[in-house]
Every structure is written in C-alpha cells, then in structure tokens.
Design a protein around this ligand. Sequence first.
Ligand code: PW2
Ligand code: MN
Length: 241
Amino acid sequence: MPFIEHISYSDLERLALQRLVPALLSHGFCYVDGLLGELAGSAVLDQVVEMHNSGQLQDGRLAGSIPGVSRRSIRGDKIAWVSGSERGCEAISFLLNLIDRLISVCASRLGDKAIQERSKAMVACYPGNGAGYVKHVDNPNHDGRHLTCIYYLNKDWNPKEHGGVLRIFPESKPYVVDIKPLFDRLLVFWSDRRNPHEVQPSYATRYAITVWYFDSEERAQAKKRFRALTASTEQKGCSSS
Ligand SMILES: COc1ccc2cc(-c3cnc(C(=O)NCC(=O)O)c(O)c3)ccc2c1
Ligand SMILES: [Mn+2]
C-alpha cells in the first residue's frame, strides 16, 4: 500500500523533542494533531472499520468482576489485540512503527526509566450506545506500563452531540483536561496514578488504537511477582487437592 511518508525523521525528532518531552515532563500528557495526514490516517481508519465490520472486536475484559455490577457499566468498549503483522493491518503497522520511532526519540529524555518494549496494539471501539469507561488509572499497581499512547480515528467528531471525551484528572492539580477523540490525533500520557481518566459516554461509534510502553525494570519486577504468585497458587492447589 503506497504511503506518503507524511513525517520525515527530522520532523519526528522535532515533534518528540520540542513538543512531547517538555509537555510530558511539565504536565504529564501531550497530544499531537495531524500525525499521519489524511491519506495514511484514513487507511488506518479503513482497516479498523473492517475489523469492526468483520466481527474481530470483542467485549473488553476487566481485571476483576464486581458482583451485581455489569461489565458494560464499567467499560463498554469492544477490542482486539494486534501486532500489526496480521493481514489487513499494514496501515496499523505503519502507525505503530511511527509511534515506536517517536517514543524511542523521547525515551532517553524522559527520566531514568528504560523504555524498550511495548504492548501489542489494542484496537478499541466504543459502539455509541452511551457506553464509556469509568474513571480509572491504567497502571495503578506497578505492572510495568509507563506511557499510554492513544491514536484516535474519529472524523467530524462533535462532543456536544457524540460525547466520548477523554477526561484526565491530573493528580494534585485543581483542573481537569478534556481531550476530544479527533481523527489523526495522538495522545500520550503517564500510565500511572498521575493520570486518572475516564471515557465519557459515547453516542457515536468511537475508534481508537492504544499501545502501552513499558518501563523495563518495573515490567521485569511485575513478571517476577506474577510468576511467584502463580507458583504459590499452584502449590496451594496441589496441597489442598
Ligand atoms: C485484562 O485484559 C485487558 C484488556 C484490555 C484492557 C483495556 C483497558 C483500557 C484502558 N483504558 C482505556 C482508556 O482509558 N481509553 C481512553 C480513550 O479511549 O480515550 C481503554 O479504552 C481500555 C484496560 C484494561 C484492559 C485489560
Ligand atoms: Mn485508560
């Protein structure tokens, strides 16, 4: 698929160093508009719409269930995890490669954390039935996720009519930040308790692609804790059976 290289490396470097790094260090979040441009952005949107129409998006899971509380009342998105190498994800792969390059330029300037790996991409759709996502922190308990990057795909989005605003409640700040999920917008923010946020009820189909970049050390510790927990659970299982 012929993509126009909308953004040169020097543009990317300038964007990272002059916009992303200063904003993350001072406010904890930053969004950039016009990341890919109309052509490549629309190619990503077309592939996400095709995933949705072909039934590849499933109800988003929750880390735990709350008796008597429906999952949908907490988060109403439908998701699919993609690496970008799947057939029909070429444009998504182009986007992920660009975000990887952007974050790799930022990484060494965002403090002492090593950011070397990320999650798969979560393709998400809020179906427009008034569902959203209640106020939450992506990484409240040191699971390794350091930066949340959300790429929005919604053309002609009007929050007055469609809702779906992402509201960030920056920790210990007297204000909130409302981010419209606009087409070709990239939002980056710290994944931890510095940025509680919510997706307000959406009344039109709302698409986004999210990747989480890991702090290698915190991720390694989290995996170690998970392995120890799994081992002790199996141990208890064996001894009680
Ligand atoms: C255990 O498996 C899973 C699988 C998927 C998961 C997805 C999320 C998640 C977190 N945040 C948001 C969000 O804040 N979106 C903001 C926006 O769209 O503007 C979102 O849409 C989805 C959290 C935990 C998950 C656990
Ligand atoms: Mn979130």
